[in-house]
Each structure stands twice: as structure tokens, then as C-alpha cells.
Design a binder for this molecule. Sequence first.
Ligand SMILES: Nc1ncnc2c1ncn2[C@@H]1O[C@H](COP(=O)(O)OP(=O)(O)OP(=O)(O)O)[C@@H](O)[C@H]1O
Length: 228
Amino acid sequence: MSNPEPLLAARDLTKAHGRTEALRGASVQLRSGEILAVTGASGSGKSTLLHCLAGIVRPDGGSVSYGGERVDRLPERRLSELRRTEFGVVFQFGQLIPELTALDNVALPLMLGGAGRKEARERAGEWLERFGARAQGELRPGELSGGQAQRASLARALVTGPRVVFADEPTGALDSLASEQVMSALAHTARATGTSVLLITHDAQVAAYADREVRLSDGAVAPVGVTA
Ligand SMILES: Nc1ncnc2c1ncn2[C@@H]1O[C@H](COP(=O)(O)OP(=O)(O)OP(=O)(O)O)[C@@H](O)[C@H]1O
């Protein structure tokens, strides 16, 4: 039923930050259209894994493959093109640009990709609508609630039609109602568009939106349900 070829695969990743070995042979696969939750204790290496998979950080060892390409070996120019066209990222605190309205934040990636301002703003409005934040389009990030800001961040991450969205604790700063709204919008849109999602969370209710869960423990993946 599911495509046997993973869209994105990390094999035996190692990565140290100074003397801290954040990843010690982590392997994980993300299939096309799949929502995968990565869980694990604080400091287990979840964010480092996401950064390696998204081409934000190069691993010290192991490989990251996306389609037929070795992400870990790509030259910087191709890597930034990949991040701009194929990947979208959302962090715990949306990191919207504070000086721009929500609408212009969502329009920005389209304009960076060459779209005109009018067309970009129109499409941005449609994406804010999908995430239930159209009414807040003319507000600046400082005027949005945490949930509204995260829904605008998701619209910004998805507006360019990426194949993979990386979400690092996207609901980590939200109460449970806002968290449910953000997750249901993300899961619904990902399924409607066939977008794959790699979702870091320590919240079981959030992980329940995923098709599958893997747990990191001391920088390696432990099968869920098995304790070391
Ligand atoms: N830039 C950095 N410099 C030094 N050490 C780092 C850096 N980034 C991460 N680390 C360390 O690497 C280890 C793994 O960190 P990472 O952020 O990947 O874990 P995490 O599972 O995402 O943690 P959390 O759930 O607390 O966000 C931790 O011990 C952390 O202190």
C-alpha cells in the first residue's frame, strides 16, 4: 500500500556539538505523504536530527538521502535551493518576521521565489484562510496569539508547496486547545496535499496525529514500545 522507497532517509548519523555527541548512529526514514513523530527525552538529539535531515546542519558521519540526492554532500547553493523549494520548516516559536504583517510573512517565500507582490499576497491570503488565520492577515506577529502565529507560520511553511515539512515542537508554547487547532490544521493540510511531515514533539496528544512514531534515546532511534 505505502511506497516502499523512503522519500527521505538518514542512516547511521553522528553529530557532535563540541564534546557532546548529540547523534550516535541515528537512522530514520520518512515516506512520501507520511506524518512521522520523533519523540524522546530532552537532549536525546531530536532537534539535531531534524537539522541534519533538513540540510540546516551537516552531520559528522552517516548519510542523508532525499530522492536520489545525498543531502549531506550537496554544495551550499544546491542545499539552499532544496531548502527553499522542497522543504518547509516550523519552529516552536514561529519566527515570523516581526516588522511584516502575517500576510506579508506568508507572501515572502513566494516573492523570494520570483512571484510578484500582488500574486504572492493573493496566494498568501488563501493559505492563511486554510489555516483559519485570514482575519489576522494585516496584523503583525506581536499582535497575534501564540496559536494564530503558529498557524501563520504553517501557512508560510506550506505556501511554496514543499514536499516535506519539518516541525520542531510546533505546539510547544501553546495551551492544549491552541495545540489541537494547530495540529489538526497541519495534519489536514498535509494529508490533502500529500506533504510529508517530520514532527518533533514530547506531547503524546500531538504525536497521536502522526502515522508513525520513532523515539530517540541518547542520539539513536529506539523502537517505540521497547525500553533500553
Ligand atoms: N549548538 C549546540 N552547542 C552545544 N551543544 C548543543 C548544541 N545543540 C545541541 N547541543 C547538545 O546536544 C544534545 C542534543 O540536543 P538536541 O537539541 O538535539 O536535543 P533535543 O532532543 O531536541 O532536546 P530538547 O527536547 O530539550 O529540545 C544536548 O545535550 C544539547 O545540549
